[in-house]
Design a protein around this ligand. Structure first.
Ligand SMILES: N[C@@H](CCC(=O)N[C@@H](CS)C(=O)NCC(=O)O)C(=O)O
Length: 221
């Protein structure tokens, strides 16, 4: 059985959502955020102190986009991967990694210097600059989403989960109000998926059952 270590609405939401899309059984272990500080025993499991940490037999992984690629590739029957000989393979890998490397990175600076640091260390200029950076990077999605419902291969794939998480994070920091229409409509389509809604319910139920606050850290100040 797969074990996923998760904090509510953190990047570990990517593998959680993907597991729900696949329909694979998993055990969800919840941690208060940041686990590095709130749960020292977690450092024995993942010395980085970050989530996700996913274990599948002897396999241990800590990168959310790589985990999506791994799970989608290991469950071809779910139709969430794109094969190497498919013309859309390059687009698939590009968007899968774009979701984390290009879209999520600037948002972590917005969160850190806008919400997580103590008041005296907050940096409004960083918040504004990296908010704009994030929004300008969404431009590469717009022309495609004006023509297509999903990012590549003419169907929903793990790449949509990766980018979709970046849009979820943007909604927590209020950047969704600045989405262009095609991205806003795409974000609505992703949230309407039953597996997305099951993943949201699963993290809330598991948090309550395991005594972890069910609110996302970015909403707790
Ligand atoms: N590139 C990694 C980043 C993992 C990461 O930084 N996770 C955050 C949660 S969104 C975390 O655990 N932060 C806690 C900390 O840095 O102590 C991924 O995509 O999984």
């Amino acid at each position: 059985m797969i074990t996923l270590h998760h904090c509510v609405s953190a990047r570990s939401f990517r593998p959680l959502w993907l597991l729900e899309e696949i329909g694979a059984p998993y055990e969800l272990v919840m941690h208060a955020f940041p686990p590095r500080v709130r749960d020292e025993a977690f450092l024995e499991i993942n010395p980085l102190g970050t989530v996700p940490a996913l274990f599948d037999g002897q396999v241990g992984m800590t990168e959310s986009a790589a985990i999506c690629q791994y799970l989608a590739g290991r469950h071809p029957e779910a139709g969430l991967a794109v094969a190497q000989d498919d013309p859309a393979y390059g687009d698939y890998l590009n968007f899968l990694h774009f979701g984390e490397a290009t879209l999520t990175f600037p948002q972590t600076l917005v969160l850190r210097y806008g919400r997580f640091e103590p008041e005296e260390r907050r940096l409004p200029q960083v918040v504004e600059d990296y908010s704009r950076w994030f929004l300008s990077r969404l431009r590469s999605l717009e022309p495609r989403l004006e023509r297509e419902a999903f990012l590549c291969a003419g169907r929903f794939t793990a790449a949509d989960v990766s980018v979709g998480y970046a849009l979820l994070l943007a909604s927590f920091i209020g950047l969704d109000e600045r989405f262009k229409p095609a991205v806003a409509a795409y974000w609505q389509r992703l949230q309407a998926r039953e597996a997305f809604q099951r993943a949201k319910a699963a993290e809330c139920d598991a948090a309550l059952a395991q005594g972890v606050p069910p609110q996302p850290a970015m909403e707790m100040g």
